[in-house]
Design a protein around this ligand. Structure first.
Ligand SMILES: *Cc1c(COP(=O)(O)O)cnc(C)c1O
Length: 362
């Protein structure tokens, strides 16, 4: 039996782009600029154009992007922030970073996404901001959620860490809420060779706040004009890598979608995101009825799998104050069923066929 197929393999993309990466990294070394220089500025402009927004500010990682955006949106100690409990806990970390309290809303059983209806009870509880997570590469109903929230004076922060490039009715994820957070963690659809993140917005004053908060709250060099600042900068080296990779993002997303489509055709279990045109297939996640049996069968067929995510935020061993808007019955139900199989652009057709065979035999 050949080696097991991994859920992800970063070495393949690095090898395929090696000459371009070497050249881009060499240019940074030649320039002598290491932080907040021309590569960062260039990447920010290219990202803003790609997402279709006026401003993009880079930061050190996606969790910082969420944290800084929440601060810029006015969240502080004791404020309530709506979010889902099934998305790996990043938004919860960011909400706690600013001293705010998460209000968890449930998700739809067929999409695993927050909905307008699941958001309503959170709005009753008086949240200041709603974090809308586009999970697995699928866009949540952010347009309707924005309408509902804005009617109540609630701001919307999109979490686009898993959905860069997703687009519905001509608008990309990250251009619809008041602000959006992106992660360039290496396994994301647009990944750096280390950590990175960004915040997009069409609001110039929000962008100015974010740029100040990412550097100690400075309003000018060594002059602190804002509270809640931190040090969260993107390196020139990472920005140069991201500029090599951004032009290839759409092709990578198309390949992911194609792989995901083949899986969903082969499997009798349902894949989240199947049939959704906005979907960019960050993860191929299926809804199993007997997960231990499915994992064992895939493992025996040489296909590795993972669970995104096994423990909902409100059930983590370290729990702190939080509220539940209504019930989290679907979140808890899906946590015991979801299973992630390998999905990345560099999979060969033969490997995709092997996964399809494995899925068909479940
Ligand atoms: C990866 C991820 C983040 C956090 O990004 P980091 O760069 O790892 O801090 C936030 N939200 C979601 C949904 C993610 O998948």
């Amino acid at each position: 039996m050949s080696v097991s197929l991994p859920v992800n393999d970063l070495a393949r993309a690095i090898a395929a782009q090696r000459a371009d990466l070497d050249r881009a990294l060499g240019e940074v070394l030649d320039s002598g600029w290491v932080v907040l220089g021309p590569q960062v500025r260039g990447f920010e402009e290219e990202l803003a154009a790609y997402v279709g927004v006026a401003h993009a500010a880079s930061v050190a990682n996606g969790t910082d992007a969420l944290t800084i955006a929440l601060t810029a949106l006015g969240c502080g100690p004791g404020d309530l922030v709506a979010t889902v409990a099934n998305a790996g806990g990043y938004s919860t970390t960011a909400i706690r970073n600013v001293g705010a309290i998460p209000v968890y809303v449930d998700v739809d059983p067929t999409t695993a996404l927050m909905t307008v209806d699941s958001m309503r009870p959170a709005l009753e509880s008086g949240v200041k901001v709603a974090v809308v997570t586009h999970l697995f590469g699928a866009m949540a109903a952010v347009e309707e959620i924005v309408d509902l929230c804005h009617a109540r004076g609630v701001k919307v922060l999109e979490d686009c860490a898993q959905a860069i490039g997703a687009e519905r009715a001509g608008r990309r994820a990250g251009s619809i809420g008041d602000a959006a957070a992106f992660s360039f963690y290496p396994t994301k659809n647009l990944g750096a060779l280390g950590d990175g993140g960004a915040i997009t917005t069409n609001d110039a004053s929000l962008d100015e706040a974010v740029r100040s908060l990412r550097q100690y709250g400075w309003e000018g060099k060594y002059t602190v004009g804002r509270t809640g600042g931190r040090n969260s900068r993107l390196d020139e080296l990472q920005a140069a890598v991201l500029r090599v990779r951004l032009p290839a993002l759409d092709a990578g997303n198309a390949r992911r979608r194609e792989i995901h489509h083949r899986y969903s055709q082969a499997a009798s279990d349902q894949f989240f995101g199947a049939g959704d045109d906005s979907f960019v297939a960050h993860l191929a996640v299926l809804d199993t009825s007997d997960r231990p049996r499915a994992r064992a069968a895939l493992d025996a067929a040489g296909i590795m799998s993972d669970i995104h995510y096994p423990i909902p935020d409100h059930q983590q061993p370290v729990t702190a104050e939080h509220h539940v808007a209504g019930s989290l019955a679907v979140t808890e139900h899906l946590a015991g069923r979801i299973l992630t199989v390998p999905c990345f652009p560099e999979l060969t057709d033969a490997e995709v066929a092997r996964v399809c065979d494995g899925l068909a035999a479940l």
